[in-house]
Design a protein around this ligand. Structure first.
Ligand code: NAD
Length: 440
């Protein structure tokens, strides 16, 4: 049952709040039971979800399991393994003026009713990972899948109520009107993943109720390639990271930044890596996905002329197919460098040296991820110290977000707040300061 069809947003939120206030979501046993049931859903209905992901995004089953279903299962397992430890009160040293018998500690309080708004590109992972974090922290949740991945949204709205406590987790399907109506309600936390324009709407709506927000946004994540690196390895890893999900990944390398000589040597390597991964005709490859809709297809094809085509360039609107494309000689002022690409186009932009690369990165919005391919410790240290990004990957794109013990999130224009593993507990809890002074 989809609660959105039978209830007004205010009624849904009131129902979730009543459950939260009853205390039902507090015991760790309830939380772990919900996580276990979510795990059961994912294992029992993995194929069904993979089919929905294929329908929405042309994702292969292998990719759907690797990047969405199994990813979420791993996050559940990691949380189940460590939750008791993460929730332990943390003692704080007490200053002498309070006396030797005083004690102090922090405890994690759930926030209450959390709204999770998810995007379409990883519509299972990006809805369920925050939901499981919010539940692990003891909250009730309203989950809003993306209307732009309709098959997945329908499947989740049908399956979640079959497995989870329906008085503590509600799924509300819909687009802008439904989300706007939800955002008018008072939540105790809003966790939004998507673009920065909508992120601003979310934050404005949240300000009305002084509701804290986590904004998981995107932006242009650069990949800096140093001189004297093994370009075959670099090209292989760049291509795998870039063209996963047809480039529709928030942490995909958006563009390559390197010196002109390395660029010339790297370009044919990138073309070879595309052929190795997807064959001579990527359109026939089951491993290569499709663009989510015509609007994004038209936006992306408009970027194809921003440079010299090294490989790719073909497109088919009826199939929402855009070939994995590498563009060279790209002017930093060209359209492809003006916005987050979020599709299968990889521009190569040249800079003279490391100093110029760091300047180039710092002249732009703080990215969600920054990737660096280098053999030099000095380069690694300089980039780590002199740039700011949500995450930093040396030698391998995307992988940092699969480490559950690392916080995943952006900074500046790429967002605020983080999650995964214990960082989800931090995000979905209030750390309450407690002091105790015995009466006698
Ligand atoms: P989207 O269009 O699916 O929108 C995300 C959510 O916002 C959806 O649930 C949608 O219904 C809702 N929404 C859209 N317009 C709204 C409005 N006017 N008012 C209220 N709600 C509204 O997804 P998208 O924004 O196209 O996603 C792509 C962007 O998300 C990219 O910038 C990408 O980098 C970013 N992203 C970030 C992460 C991350 O973890 N940081 C992950 C994935 C995507």
């Amino acid at each position: 049952m989809n609660h959105s069809t039978t209830e007004e947003p205010a009624a849904t939120v009131a129902r979730m709040r009543a459950t939260f206030r009853s205390g039902r979501t507090q015991p760790i046993a309830w939380r772990t039971e919900q996580l276990g049931r979510l795990r059961e859903l994912l294992t029992a209905h993995g194929e069904e979800l993979a089919a929905a992901l294929h329908e929405d995004l042309g994702k292969s089953s292998a990719e759907a399991f690797r990047t969405e279903i199994d990813f979420t299962v791993r996050e559940i397992d990691h949380t189940l393994e460590h939750l008791d430890d993460w929730l332990l009160p943390e003692p704080a040293p007490v200053p002498a003026h309070l006396g030797a018998d005083a004690t102090a500690w922090t405890r994690y309080d759930p926030l209450g009713v959390v709204l999770v708004i998810a995007p379409w590109n990883y519509p299972v992972q990006l809805l369920l990972t925050p939901v499981l974090g919010a539940l692990a922290a003891g909250n009730a949740v309203v989950a809003k899948p993306s209307e732009l991945a309709p098959a997945t949204s329908t499947a989740l709205a049908r399956l979640l109520p079959q497995y989870l406590d329906t008085d503590a987790v509600a799924v509300v399907e819909g687009g802008i009107p439904e989300t706007t109506a939800l955002l008018a309600e008072r939540f105790d936390q809003i966790f939004y993943t998507g673009n920065g324009t909508v992120g601003r709407f979310v934050m404005r709506a949240a300000a009305e109720h002084l509701t804290p927000v986590a904004l998981e946004l995107g932006g242009k994540s650069p990949a800096f390639v140093d001189r004297d690196t093994d370009l075959a390895v670099v090209a292989d890893r760049l291509v795998r990271g870039k063209f996963l999900n047809a480039g529709q990944t928030c942490v995909a390398p958006d563009y390559v930044l390197t010196d002109p000589e390395t660029a010339r040597a790297l370009e044919p390597r990138l073309a070879e890596a595309v052929t190795t991964l997807f064959g001579p005709e990527p359109k026939e490859s089951a491993a290569f996905g499709r663009i989510v809709n015509e609007r994004h297809f038209d936006r992306l094809t408009g970027l194809l002329g921003s440079g010299r085509t090294v490989t790719g360039g073909a497109s088919d609107r009826a199939a929402k197919y855009i070939a994995p494309t590498v563009l060279a000689d790209v002017d930093p002022k060209s359209p492809v460098m003006g916005e987050e690409i979020f599709g299968p186009i990889l521009p190569v932009v040249t800079v003279a040296d490391l100093d110029e690369a760091i300047g180039f990165i710092n002249d732009r919005d703080k990215p969600l991820a920054l990737y660096v391919f280098t053999e030099s410790d000095t380069t690694r240290e300089r980039i780590a110290a002199e740039t700011s990004s949500g995450g930093l990957g040396f030698g391998l794109p995307l992988a940092h977000l699969t480490v559950s013990d690392l916080p995943f999130g952006g900074v500046g224009e790429s967002g605020m707040g983080s999650y995964h593993g214990r960082y989800s507990i931090d995000t979905f809890s209030h750390r309450k300061a407690v002091l105790e002074k015995p009466l006698v």
